[in-house]
Ligand binder design. Structure first.
Ligand SMILES: [Zn+2]
Length: 146
């Protein structure tokens, strides 16, 4: 008889451990997802700020903005612009080729400039923010999230 009782308590103990595991997972998993999303947003915004840094140098050189990501990356490489001009994060060191896309699912940025190159805009396709605006030329170089 005592053995039967022990078996029942072992099953109960295992059940309790499994339930605690489920509970811990349901609490920590969403928190980890939120942290991962925050990190992606941070990296994305640094990339857009780096586009702005490059656009400002491009403007110094040609007296116009480009709004063409290929031209901008080629410019960074051709001029050998120093990494110290650009932002890096703990998880991502500056790399000109990273400027094409938001790190979340790697969709390309929406980027452009007016025909005279007086202003440009860059926008994250996932709503992480934008710099400049197609509709508001006066917002050139203005960051939407600061
Ligand atoms: Zn983004």
């Amino acid at each position: 008889m005592p053995q039967v009782k022990a078996k029942g308590s072992i099953i109960l103990e295992i059940l309790i451990i499994v339930l605690i595991g489920v509970l811990v997972y349901t609490i920590y998993d969403p928190a980890m997802k939120i942290r991962a999303e925050e990190e992606l947003r941070k990296v994305c915004r640094f990339r857009m700020k780096n586009i702005r840094q490059a656009e400002l140098r491009y403007f110094d050189e040609y007296s116009r903005y480009t709004g063409n990501i290929d031209s901008l990356i080629a410019f960074i490489k051709a001029k050998n612009l120093p990494d110290s001009l650009f932002f890096s994060t703990a998880t991502e060191k500056f790399n000109p080729d990273s400027l094409r896309r938001c790190p979340k699912l790697n969709q390309p940025y929406i980027i452009g400039a007016d025909s005279l190159g007086k202003y440009y805009w860059v926008e994250c396709p996932y709503g992480h923010g934008m710099i400049g605006s197609k509709e508001k030329p006066e917002d050139v170089n203005k960051v939407s999230w600061e």
